[in-house]
Design a protein around this ligand. Structure first.
Ligand SMILES: Cc1cc2nc3c(=O)[nH]c(=O)nc-3n(C[C@H](O)[C@H](O)[C@H](O)COP(=O)(O)O)c2cc1C
Length: 209
């Protein structure tokens, strides 16, 4: 068994709800799976390079050749560099049984740091994720139960669904700004409830996933 743990909050751990919750999940899951593989990436502190022209040129060639392996289609040094960056992340993902992602909501959607990782690992023809179990922890300053502005969870569901993932859990802690922003004090009981529910759900998932 192997766990790949990604965080993408730009906040430090002490100020980040998603970082604290993913860390709790990882600790508990690893205690249950002694000897399991564990890889950690802090996508905010060590960003994955955004894809460039060489990545796209190689990807187009792979598609043009009916998803032939990229290695045999590389034409330039820039493509070789892009492929090396991509391959490392893809291999790390394919070697994992469980993918844990901390994904704060930034401007109604995913942080650019996480999106850069997603764009890179989604190279044409390389992902086969049907057996991957995915746990995503989202944190947002507001609440979106009755709002149509949540583009984060629908996006992640659509993305992992398209990749063949059937075992996807998204756990959300909302109203996190109730603890910080003046005037939002009335939201604190609901924020505390949301955090407690997220924590309980993650404990359950760490014991079962
Ligand atoms: C750049 C940025 C954009 C944000 N955009 C939103 C937003 O669209 N909706 C929202 O509810 N909260 C938004 N927030 C608040 C964060 O979602 C909230 O602070 C959350 O707890 C961040 O996750 P973290 O605690 O794991 O760092 C934003 C925060 C930042 C830094």
């Amino acid at each position: 068994m192997a766990l790949l743990h990604l965080d993408s909050s730009a906040h430090r751990a002490a100020e980040s709800t998603s970082r604290q919750l993913t860390a709790e999940f990882a600790r508990r899951w690893l205690a249950r799976h002694r000897g399991a593989g564990y890889r950690y990436r802090d996508l905010a502190a060590e960003p994955v390079a955004p894809i460039g022209a060489a990545y796209c040129a190689l990807g187009r060639r792979v598609e043009q050749h009916g998803m032939a392996p990229a290695e045999g289609l590389i034409e330039t040094a820039a493509e070789r560099r892009e492929w090396a960056l991509t391959r490392e992340l893809v291999d790390e993902l394919l070697a994992s049984d469980v993918l844990l992602i901390g994904a704060p909501m930034y401007n109604y959607s995913a942080p650019a740091a996480l999106k850069a990782w997603i764009d890179r690992v989604s190279f044409p023809g390389v992902l086969e994720l049907a057996d991957l179990r995915v746990v995503v922890v989202t944190a947002c300053g507001g609440a979106y139960e009755t709002s149509e502005r949540d583009f984060l969870t629908p996006y992640l569901r659509a993305y992992f669904g398209k990749q063949g993932v059937v075992n996807l859990e998204i756990v959300t802690a909302d109203r996190t700004l109730a603890w910080l922003v003046p005037g939002r004090e009335p939201d604190r009981p609901a924020a505390a409830e949301s955090l407690a529910a997220a924590r309980a759900r993650l404990i359950h998932l760490a014991d079962t996933v």
